[in-house]
Structures are given as structure tokens and as C-alpha cells.
Design a protein around this ligand. Structure first.
Ligand code: XMP
Length: 506
């Protein structure tokens, strides 16, 4: 296992992902986790992540110096490298030119980290400071035209530093460099797969829940379904699944969920019709965070009510993922949105949470789901947010506006599936903004809503790029939406990546 000390860098969780891709388990811990705690976790190596600060800044996060006395292989990335340099007697300073994006590096000495990689290679950098003098005993292994010390290492002590980001795909040999650290420096064995967590997780759930009963909110997505299957393995019929129709679902979605999990499934399913209840609470609420909080709270209250009907139900199972946990704001990463199943939870709850997927990324959940025997269609369903269409109907959420969006979204999905692109896209959906524009249809003036097409590719929703959909497909989608959905007279395409945008509009 590799621990990544998180200094608040935007790529910190990507490091953990890449390490897992190399089949070594990895987790993030805050940069100031006590050294005792780190030792107790028995990692085979440590990575110090990048971060937004300058090591000389007043608020600059530092490490406990004892970390470097543990005899543990350590890789400092960007800010992490600078900290390592500073802590071990090197010098760090501001570079003349701030490097962002691509840089060409030249390997001077392959050492351990650059083993098996060419002398010239492309790397992704993002920094203003750099190491000016390496600590004693360190070999400078690579340089760029503007930064003479872009990588260093002290093999006998197991210390390595890179000023660029090996975890970013644009770094040509990033994965090789990480693997050299994992397998050569740390001596890790590449035997971890997400499937490994099944036995362990089932055991932990049994311990946590004991003889009590649990309920699980099923959304119809792969996460909650996988969470339910794991808990079902652990406690069998003591689990009841609850599907809340909050009226914010897509076309035919409720039918699909009850069909998939209803009659033929071994897990008992309760279907709660709560459309009115949610819409009443959302009436005239336009602030995105307020919507999220209301929906999160109503979900929990509905579950509590259902749980109160089940004797001895004390636990609520949720399909919370690692990326939800991180995006809802760990202490070192800024809060972007309150995901309804994490930050949107009310403070006082009658039910304890069981979150078996809390440490997994989406693609890892898909591997677990397939292993548990879930149907391919379910495994590959695109993610759909808990607050549903409420965060895609911008502004006022009314039954009428929801229906417009539902119809447009259905057309979009239909065309995307017909074009064979559904699985390639991380998500594809329609958004209904709170504006009107003028059009002309059948010689008459129209004044109606536009529909926004949002389609993105992504590995894990932490970053995303807008999908380059073929023009012919866009044309079909646009024609069909305007012809088939009354109340819409214009279709526009969202061409924003994340960052700077987010995937959802609210
Ligand atoms: P953003 O919009 O933050 O979304 O780029 C990242 C991913 O998370 C999904 N999402 C949510 N999922 N509850 C969820 O279960 C939520 O409150 C929520 N908000 C966003 C979003 O669809 C995308 O896949």
C-alpha cells in the first residue's frame, strides 16, 4: 500500500488512481497526518503530492520532518519535491519563467526513476518555484531548458523527487516513472485489483451491521446497486432496498429500476412515490446549493420513515464513491459542490451510514459490479446525480419544466445510443436553462426555451473534456428536439471542459 500525503494539489487523487492502476492499493491522507498514524498503516512507500502553495509562503503546509527518518521510500511530486529538498538541506526558489503545461525534459542520468525510458521526453509541469540546489548526496537526474533540476534522487535512502507530474497522462512516461518508484524503489507487488476488496468489505459490513437491519437507497445507477449487492452478501435478507421516486428522474427511469430490481431480484425492494413531496419542497428554490441541501435532507427523511417501518433498521447503505468524498471538500481540497450523498446530509440523522464504496473510483466499482454478476447494461449506465433533473433544470423546478427537459433528454439519449456512443461517453444529457430566446417556426414568432447538450468524456469525473460529437449526430439531435419537444426553439452545445466548468450545470 502506498500513502499519498495530500498537500491540496489538484492532481493528488489522480496519483492514488494511477498507483491503483499499477495494481498497488493507494489512499490519500492529509499532509499533516501524524507520523505515528502513517507508520501504523504500514505503507510500502509514501508520495508527497503537489500543492498550490510556495514552500516559503506563510501558510505553506509542511511535513513532520520525522517522515524522512522512517527509512521509507518517498517520492515528492512538484511541491512535494520542493518540500523534500528544503527539509533535507537543499534550496528552493522562484523560477524566472513559470512553467505550465508541456515541457521537454532531458534525462541526464537514468538512475532508478527513469529506468527504461528515453533520454528526451515530454512532461506536464505546473509550477512557479523549483529546486535550485539538491540536498547533499542527491543525484540530479533530469533537466529542462529553464529548470536545471527537474528530477533528483538519493537511491540509497529511497528519496526521489520530480518537479513535473507523472500522474498526468500528458507526461509521456509518467506511468513508467511511477512504476519504477513502486516496484524498484518500494518493492511493491502488483497484485491489487478492486475485486480484492469484496471479501474484506463484506466482512467489515457484517461487523458494522451485526444482527441489525439496513436499508439501501437504490437510484438505479451502478454505485448504489453495487453497494446493495455487497451489503446483501454480508447480511442477506436483513437488507431492504428502497427506491425513492422523487419526480426528478429521466424518462421511464422509475419503470426501468423497478423492473431491474423488482420481481426477479433476490433483494426485497420498496418503491416510494414521493414526487409531490420533493416538488413541494423545491418550489421557487433557485439556488443550486439550496436545491442540493433540500433534496439531500428529503432523501434522508424519506428513508428514515421507511426504515421506521422496518423493525430494528439502524443503517442506511449509500453508494458514495471516493470522488464524491473528495469533491465534497476534504479539509485540503476546496468545496466545489455538496454532493447530495455526502456534504448534503443533514447533521442529525437517525441512521448510521454504511458506505462500502467510499474508497473506490467509478471504474473500479464497475469492475466489482461485473464480478458480482451485475448485467452489462447496468454496469455501464452513465452516472446520474442523486439530485437528478433538479440540477439540470436551471432555476425554478416545476413539473412542466421537468417534462420539457425529460423529453429533450430522451431524444438525446436515444440518438447517442443509436450512434453507438453511449459507452464511450462518461455522461451525455440535456440541460434546460432559465432563459427564452426568439425563433421562427411555421412563419410565426416563437419565444421559448433553449436546450443545452452536454456530453463529456472522463476517467473519473474529477476532470472531463467535452465530447467531439459528429456534426451529423448533432444535427439529428437538434432537429428532433425542436420538432418533438414543445416549448423548445433552439439547441446549443456546451463546449466547456472541467475545469474550468463542472460537468453538471448546478
Ligand atoms: P460535477 O458537476 O461536480 O459532477 O463536475 C461530477 C460528477 O458527479 C455527479 N454529481 C453527483 N452525483 N450526487 C451524486 O450522486 C450529487 O449530488 C452529484 N452532483 C454531481 C455528476 O453527474 C458527475 O458525474
Amino acid at each position: 500500500m502506498i500513502l499519498v500525503l495530500d498537500f491540496g494539489g489538484q492532481y493528488a487523487q489522480l496519483i492514488a488512481r494511477r498507483v491503483r492502476e499499477a495494481r498497488v492499493y493507494s489512499e490519500l491522507v492529509p499532509f499533516d497526518a501524524p507520523v505515528e498514524e502513517i507508520i501504523a498503516r504500514e505503507p510500502e512507500g509514501i508520495v508527497l503530492s503537489g500543492g498550490p502553495n510556495s514552500v516559503y509562503g506563510k501558510e505553506a503546509p509542511r511535513v513532520d520532518g520525522r517522515l524522512f527518518d522512517l527509512g521509507m521510500p518517498t517520492l515528492g511530486i512538484c511541491y512535494g519535491m520542493q518540500l523534500m529538498a528544503l527539509e533535507l538541506g537543499g534550496k528552493v526558489g522562484a523560477t524566472q519563467i513559470r512553467e505550465y503545461g508541456r515541457s521537454d525534459l532531458r534525462v541526464k542520468e537514468h538512475g532508478m526513476l527513469f529506468m527504461g525510458t528515453p533520454e528526451e521526453q515530454r512532461a506536464w509541469t505546473s509550477h512557479g518555484d523549483a529546486v535550485f540546489a539538491a540536498p547533499e548526496g542527491f543525484a540530479v537526474t533530469a533537466e529542462t531548458s529553464s529548470v536545471p533540476i527537474i528530477a533528483f534522487e538519493e537511491q540509497s535512502k529511497g528519496f526521489f523527487g520530480v518537479q513535473f507530474h507523472p500522474e498526468v497522462r500528458h507526461t509521456e512516461y509518467g506511468m513508467e516513472i511511477l512504476k519504477n518508484f513502486l516496484f524498484e524503489a518500494c518493492g511493491c507487488t502488483p497484485d491489487w485489483t478492486p475485486v480484492n476488496i469484496i471479501t474484506d468489505t463484506v466482512e467489515k459490513i457484517r461487523e458494522q451491521v451485526g444482527d441489525a437491519k439496513a436499508i439501501c437507497g437504490l437510484s438505479g445507477g451502478v454505485d448504489s446497486a453495487t453497494a446493495a449487492m455487497l451489503v446483501h452478501r454480508a447480511i442477506g435478507d436483513n437488507l431492504t432496498c428502497v427506491f425513492v421516486d422523487h419526480g426528478l428522474l429521466r424518462h421511464n427511469e422509475a419503470e426501468q429500476v423497478t423492473e431491474a430490481f423488482g420481481k426477479n431480484s433476490e433483494m426485497p425492494l420498496v418503491h416510494v412515490e414521493a414526487q409531490e413531496r420533493f416538488l413541494d419542497k423545491l418550489a421557487r428554490v433557485t439556488d443550486p446549493e439550496a436545491k442540493r441541501k433540500i433534496i439531500g435532507e428529503e432523501f434522508i427523511r424519506t428513508f428514515e420513515e421507511e426504515a421506521s417501518l422496518i423493525e430494528d433498521a439502524k443503517f442506511l447503505v449509500q453508494g458514495t464513491l471516493y470522488s464524491d468524498v473528495i469533491e465534497s471538500g476534504t479539509r485540503d481540497a476546496a468545496r466545489i459542490k455538496s454532493h447530495h450523498n455526502v456534504g448534503g446530509l443533514p447533521e442529525i440523522m437517525d441512521l448510521d451510514l454504511v458506505e462500502p464504496l467510499r474508497n473506490l473510483f467509478k471504474d473500479e466499482v464497475r469492475v466489482v459490479a461485473a464480478e458480482l454478476g451485475m448485467s452489462e447494461r447496468m454496469v455501464w449506465r452513465q452516472p446520474f446525480p442523486g439530485p437528478g433533473l433538479a440540477i439540470r433544470v436551471i432555476g425554478d423546478v416545476t413539473a412542466e419544466r421537468l417534462e420539457i427537459l425529460r423529453k429533450a433528454d430522451f431524444v438525446l439519449q436515444d440518438e447517442i445510443r443509436n450512434a453507438g456512443l453511449y459507452r464511450e461517453l462518461w455522461q451525455s444529457f440535456a440541460v434546460l436553462p432559465a432563459i427564452h430566446s426568439v425563433g421562427v417556426m411555421g412563419d410565426a414568432r416563437t419565444y421559448a426555451y433553449p436546450i443545452v447538450i452536454r456530453a463529456v468524456t472522463s476517467d473519473d469525473a474529477m476532470t472531463a473534456d467535452w465530447a467531439r460529437l459528429p456534426y451529423e449526430l448533432l444535427e439529428r439531435i437538434s432537429n428532433r428536439i425542436i420538432n418533438e419537444v414543445s416549448g423548445v426553439n433552439r439547441v446549443v452545445l456546451d463546449i466547456t471542459s472541467k475545469p474550468p466548468g463542472t460537468i453538471e450545470w448546478e
